[in-house]
Design a protein. Sequence first.
Lengths: 105, 665
Amino acid sequence: MNRLHGWVLSFASAIVGALVLSLSSVWLNIERMDLAYDLNKLEKELASRTALCNKLELERNNLISPYRLKRLAALYGLGPVGTGQMRLMTGQAAAQNAPAEGQGN
Amino acid sequence: MATAKSRIERKRPKDMAGRSITDTAKLKLAGVAMLFAVLWVLLWGRAAYVQVFLGPKLADAAGRQTLATEFETGERGRIYASNNAILATSVESKSVYATPVEVENAAQTAQSLTQLLGGQRKSLERDLSSKKGFVWVKRQIDDVEAQAILKANLAGIHLTSEFRRMYPNRHLAGQVLGFVDVDGKGLEGVENMFDERMAGSKAKFVVQRDAAGRRLYLDAQGREMNIRGQDVRLTIDTVVQDAAEQSLADAVHKFNGRSGMAVVVRVETGEILALAHYPYFNSNSPADARPGIRRDRAASDIYEPGSVMKPFVFATALEQKVIDPNKVIDCENGRWVLRGKPIRDTHPYRWLSANRVLRYSSNIGTAKIGLSLGAQPYYAALRKLGFGERPGLGLPNESPGMLRQPKEWNELDLANISFGQGIGVTGLQMVKAYLTLANHGVKKPLRLVADPAPEDLPEPERVFSQKTADTVLSMMREVVEEDGTGKLARIPGVPMAGKTGTAQKASGKGYGTGIVASFVGLVPADKPEFLFMVTVDEPSPVTFGGVVCAPAVRDIAIKTLSYFGRLPEGKGAPTPDAPEYAMQAKATHPPQAESGGAGVPNLVGLSVRRALEVLGKRGVVPSLKGSGMVITAQKPAHGEPWPEGSGKDDAFTLWLGRGDKEQKQ
């Protein structure tokens, strides 16, 4: 009797297990499809933002291109530095000048 | 006993009846079981048939229904300049195509498309009426047009994404960059040279389709690879390139030239910082330019260089000890007949030392040096300098020039080749040869591409001794610094070595009236860091390289040196001979002063930077006088009203010093 009971229980468990696995499989597939839809949407958004980013980068490069900057500089009366007009204000120049200033003082 | 027997007998029929009922039931059960078993076997059989026998075929059919193969082409790699500016990039762009079988009314659709996109209505209508499965309507349209197409919602008309090649700096270095066709294949210049490297690769992957036909990526199969093309980085610097292009264009316009080219090279590395051509070529619209304008003429066009070849004769003659700088040569008063052909100088000279022959660019003197030198040594030196072979940049259509074998030279040929006639060179060959001189006699390869790094670079080869190269450089310095032909290239405070060239152009069997003017400059003269070359084709009415091209080289050199912070620091007021470069910050509408109505602040004792910041807020850029980092005096003085018309020169002047409170009166 006990042995039969054990068999029945095992069979029932197997059936329930199979059912649970089947349902899980269905549920996972649905989730997978949902995820695929979301991924699809996100990929499209990423592609569109990347494309926009590329276009903005292109525009930025156009705006800082020499011919644009030159036109803008001309508008404000600016031009390249000429001979005898350059004043180096970098650390190198300061270093060059520092000993002379020290001596002067 | 009898009673017991009869009981048994009575019971037997009953048992017999029960047994027969049981047997029937068992039979029925067995039948049902058998039926189920048969059905079960049939089911399993069918299942096995479907799974095992039909399985692959059905899986294939299901796959066709739910899976689709997609191809994706990667973005083409970018081209960068050495200062990180983007010279060429690809952006996503929409293209319009039609599926004619889906088009409901071809005439009406064609009409709508023509209104939105332009083009020929009749040919489009013919295409839309055809039985083709696919027809391009217009490729690589802009975003506004794409929106309009979407809004129109025309049956059978679809949009797809493609990459469109864009050049944000417009014509900058157009001939060097080249261009691509509508499918993104490089056809000229660097685009062609690195087409394989920059081209995006194709990925093939499987996607799942849902009932609505949407494509879903369920795994990364086939998408894990990087399909984007690789970038290329050039040695070109956009600022130097722009300066070269602008100065070249000015020279060509001013002297009515047909075309021109300019090259700037960093001597230490052999990197080409600028490779400019005029007329310009905009790679964004290659169809608008003639093939003659599109090609990289510095690499492909052969011309007779004229006097810019002379330093190489001098270097070879010095190396072979045929001459020394002080050797006196008879320049025949400007006319000398050799083998019945006259050789002329622009100005008549009689006796000139070798250095003066170069300084005044005497053809006769140079021809005599060439004749003393002989054909074979000169030819060998020219070959070592890179003439007669491709410059080795890898650009498409690089020409090896035209250098005949010395056995084919007669005396007149040797004389002509000595002063740059009768030999065909390209601009890049000439620059490469001068790079050897600038590099103190050691041959160095020119470089246009920084990344990918060039492979198999030739070993540095000494062509001339350092002493020879330095002697020639000092002779070339006289061309600019003394009363030579290149004095218009002179930059105060910057020693320059240079050589002018004014070459006749071959026409038919002889020489016509066309002239190629050129100038090569090396800065600084004693230890060159930058090499500049400008060539203008057929200038008029003035044709001298020293007049047409030397000022352009000067202009490019000033802009390049100022960009790299290598111009000498100002010691006083700006030189009056360069007013076009004067930094006059003339804001036409100066910003409102923060404290309107107040007088000029006291700037004495402040650092230059701080004083410029204070004045900058008022829209005033002062004139700086003297040298040093500290303001020692100012005009207007402290408390005086702000000067009117800040755009005028010297409206506000600051005197600089070393902080010793020295006051300028």
